[in-house]
Write a protein that binds this ligand. Structure first.
Ligand code: NAD
Length: 497
């Protein structure tokens, strides 16, 4: 580890420096190469992790395949009990996990990272209780035949995750896959591997060697080797739609099942009766401004009825600009930083385009300051543009930053048509006191998850996943575990012999 990284690492809380997890051992990459992890709030290195390549993927898949032989035979409820122990251990270390997430992602500790750490423990708790649900059926073929189905694990799952909620998204794959009797090789995102390694360290205290293997490495070099590895029986990916297509092609090549949780450009439809503070708070929550809108479910297209367009935006400005942007680890901070320079530059380009267009109106926000404390990190400013149509690039592309586009509507059918005019279909939000109207809109919107009068995060147990190019498959629930991480076998026995 370089001396700069070692010095800066003292700022970190329980940041793992042990290496990657393969076969129960903490190892370096085969090549010895490393990746520097940066604190995006200060643009300083905080740790180094191994840079895994195809040779490391081979080692990890071999370890997972070896562990699979015994892990699948552990009774499902016993596997569940292991997950419950992990849940309690994760809960006990929640503050360390939260601080690590905050340090490496720039997500504010109070508003985001603590919630993510607690939800991570809860995900293990939820799936830990579901071992007994991995049951099959009997088919009534008569007195002389016994015909039944078994839910069997798929084998070694290859999982690839992004950086925006790294630990929670990792837990969402590990817990259901392991509960169902699979073993796993997971590649953490290169920008945020530390929290995932800490979670893996806690999991490893309770798991046999090789059941969970976690690699740190770059997308194509490590992730590419993993998704194309012949020893992988199932691909589970969370990330961009662009990379999701690469993963799906790799799955097609070997006919392995694939789950994809991809991008979004989610609509929020506000009816004229919702020009009130609670709805404004809901829009701020749905837009995920306090996680810099680096969320797949961000409600980044705001369809406001023309009667309330200006007054609603006025309230939104007042409440959003009161949020405190600053050091993610400071308890007073509401909004942290963008993850890295690449994303920061991308977000700034979108804002710049909005500012230059004479036919778009800047409601509030703008480009980040070039001097002062906020210029030290990748701090972006919540920004709202109005008066352009749903066809504008800023209303169509996933910006993954705090840039909201407000669009006027007068006719309900037109609002729903615009909401559905997207190749994405992940989340949606509807705001009205008229519950009948709200539910009709919820049913008409082409999204996998619609919230009426709230903009909250996912809860274990709900069906969560995308329509259209936002993904296929579900993992967040009992059905998600059964459909995504098991395969059914029928056994038919002639009882007359
Ligand atoms: P990304 O697609 O760039 O990267 C995701 C992961 O894929 C990373 O670990 C990366 O290293 C890896 N990767 C990149 N290229 C690869 C390749 N050729 N082969 C194999 N792996 C490769 O996404 P990101 O920038 O890390 O995350 C942001 C995206 O994730 C957004 O589009 C967001 O909407 C999406 N996301 C979706 C959900 C969901 O639940 N639907 C949740 C979180 C994030």
């Amino acid at each position: 580890m370089s001396s700069t990284a070692t010095q800066s690492k003292s700022q970190a809380h329980a940041v793992s420096s042990k290496g990657m997890l393969i076969g129960g051992q903490w190892v370096d990459s085969a090549s010895g190469a490393r990746i520097t992890v940066e604190n995006p709030a200060k643009r300083t290195p905080v740790a180094e992790v191994p840079r895994a390549n195809a040779a490391d993927v081979d080692r990890a898949v071999a370890a997972a395949a070896k562990a699979q032989v015994d892990w699948r035979k552990v009774p499902a409820r016993e596997r569940g009990k292991v997950l419950l122990k992990i849940a309690e251990a994760l809960q006990a270390r929640a503050e360390d996990i939260a601080r690590t997430i905050s340090l490496e992602t720039g997500n504010a500790l109070r508003t985001q990272a603590r919630g993510e750490a607690n939800l991570t423990a809860d995900i293990f708790r939820y799936f830990g209780g579901l071992g007994g649900e991995l049951k099959g059926e009997t088919i009534p073929l008569g007195e002389n035949v016994l015909s039944y189905t078994r839910r069997e694990p798929l084998g070694v799952v290859g999982a690839v995750i992004p950086w925006n909620a790294p630990v929670m998204l990792g837990a969402l794959k590990i817990a259901p896959a392991l509960c169902a009797g699979n073993t796993m090789v997971m590649k953490a995102a290169e920008d945020a591997p530390l929290g995932v390694l800490l979670m893996a360290e806690i999991c490893q205290e309770f798991l046999p060697p090789g059941v969970l293997n976690v690699l740190t490495g770059y997308g194509e070099e490590c992730g590419g080797a993993l998704i194309n590895h012949p020893g992988i029986a199932k691909l589970s990916f969370t990330g961009s739609t662009e990379v999701g297509k690469i993963v799906m092609r790799a799955a097609a090549e070997r006919i392995v099942p694939v789950s994809l949780e991809l991008g979004g450009k989610s609509p929020s439809i506000v009816y004229p009766d919702a020009d009130e503070d609670w709805a404004v708070d809901g829009i701020i929550a749905a837009m995920r401004f306090t996680r810099q809108s680096q969320s797949c479910t961000a409600g980044s297209r705001l369809f406001l009825h023309e009667d309330i367009f200006d007054s609603f935006l006025g309230k939104l400005e007042k409440k959003t600009t009161a949020l405190k942007i600053g050091d993610p680890l400071d308890e007073k901070t509401d909004i942290g930083t963008i993850i890295n320079n690449k994303q920061f530059t991308k977000v700034c380009k979108y804002v710049d385009e909005g500012l230059k267009r004479t036919d778009a109106k800047l409601v509030f926000g703008g480009l980040p300051p070039k001097s002062g404390p906020l210029s030290e990190g990748y701090f972006a400013i919540p920004t709202v543009f109005a008066d352009r149509s749903n066809d504008w690039r800023l209303a169509r592309e996933e910006i993954f930053g705090p840039v909201l586009v407000a669009i006027r509507w007068s006719d309900e059918a037109e609002a729903i048509r615009m909401a559905n005019d997207s190749h994405y279909g992940l989340a949606a939000y509807v705001w009205t006191h008229d519950i009948g109207r709200g539910l009709r809109a919820a049913h008409a919107v082409e999204s996998g998850w619609v919230q009426v009068n709230q903009g909250l995060g996912q809860v274990p147990g709900m069906s969560y996943g995308g329509f259209k190019q936002s993904g296929i498959g579900r993992e967040f629930s009992l059905e998600g575990m059964l459909d995504s991480f098991t395969q059914r076998k029928n056994v038919t026995v002639n009882l007359t012999v």
